[in-house]
Design a protein around this ligand. Structure first.
Ligand code: NAD
Length: 285
């Protein structure tokens, strides 16, 4: 019977630990950590994500502050809000909910976020630091995936990892992190011929392709650890990039959708905010 990598449970446990650490510094008289969330426009999925992140922050003692801007906002409008949070000493983390409306220059907005407040780890500075192996803020989903693997004692050193997808948000940084843990990493993407053949070599397969049920039994080496990053709304609930029923008899371990990587991502947002806060307050890590 394969092992289910329960991100829901691990994230809840870790949130409890964060809440206790925050309560401890508050009792010593320190201010609350602050997380600013910027939402532009009226995409319903984005509104739900923002609400969930704010609630998760609040539950552990992080003060969420939000700025909601209309769909017709300009790049300048968004930059003004970013600047305001950049300068606000009560704000430790700034999150710009993606996607932004098409008239807004996403790169320009991201570039404006102060790297020490970039809790999504998406600025060029933080991606550069990650690439160079320097301390910074690490993107949430990749960091959550590594924490999940570690919690289940899944060895990485010397093992073969295949990452499906090369996005700045997930695929690319997760490949870097796996390499840093001494895995042998191959990245495959939309232009890779015969991806199954490569995927079948993986001891650890991380799938972030954004294609519902892309990965079937032909992609799986028997006993492989499979991390499903995809999230898609189906008629009967959420679907991943991995077809769970078809791979189940071959995998050694699998992160489910929902309840796998999703909750870990939110946890890491909170953890990054806590890290940024400690750096701002000069508290040891
Ligand atoms: P993206 O669209 O930016 O990137 C997808 C990547 O997959 C691209 O690099 C593309 O080349 C590759 N790809 C596409 N089709 C492929 C195919 N047939 N074979 C191999 N590679 C292929 O998406 P993203 O932002 O990296 O997100 C990926 C998925 O993960 C989405 O479903 C997204 O909703 C989900 N996601 C989940 C979380 C979470 O918290 N669980 C966080 C971020 C993203």
């Amino acid at each position: 019977e394969p092992m289910l990598l329960n991100g829901q449970r691990l994230a809840a446990e870790m949130r409890g630990q964060l809440a206790a650490q925050i309560a401890r510094v508050r009792a010593q008289g320190y201010r609350a950590p602050g997380l600013a969330v910027i939402l532009v426009g009226d995409d319903p999925a984005s509104a739900i994500y923002v609400r969930n992140k704010k609630r998760a922050a609040q539950e552990i003692g992080i003060e969420p502050v939000d700025a909601v801007l209309p769909q017709g906002s300009t790049t300048e409008d968004v930059l003004r809000v970013v600047d305001q949070f950049n300068q606000d000493p009560a704000i430790d983390g700034i999150l710009v909910q993606m996607p932004l409306p098409p008239q807004i220059e996403t790169e320009t907005v991201l570039a404006r976020v102060r790297p020490d407040k970039d809790v999504d780890g998406l600025t060029v500075t933080n991606l550069g630091r990650l690439t160079a192996g320097e301390e910074g803020l690490v993107p949430c989903t990749p960091k959550g995936i590594l924490r999940l693997l570690e919690a289940y004692d899944i060895a990485l050193a010397g093992r073969r990892a295949v990452v499906v997808g090369r996005s700045r948000l997930v695929g690319l940084p997760v490949a870097l992190l796996l390499m840093q843990r001494q895995a042998t990493v191959t990245v495959i993407h939309s232009r890779t011929p015969e991806p199954e053949t490569i995927a079948r070599q993986a001891d650890i397969l991380v799938v972030a392709a954004g294609k519902p049920h892309l990965v079937t039994e032909d992609w799986i080496k028997p006993g492989a650890v499979v991390i499903d990053v995809g999230i898609h709304r189906g008629d009967h609930g959420l679907l991943g990039d991995v077809d769970r029923e078809r791979v189940w008899s071959r995998v050694g371990a699998l992160s489910p959708v929902p309840g796998g990587v999703g909750p870990m991502t939110i946890l890491e947002l909170l953890d990054n905010t806590w890290t940024a806060y400690r750096r701002h307050e000069g508290l040891s890590e």
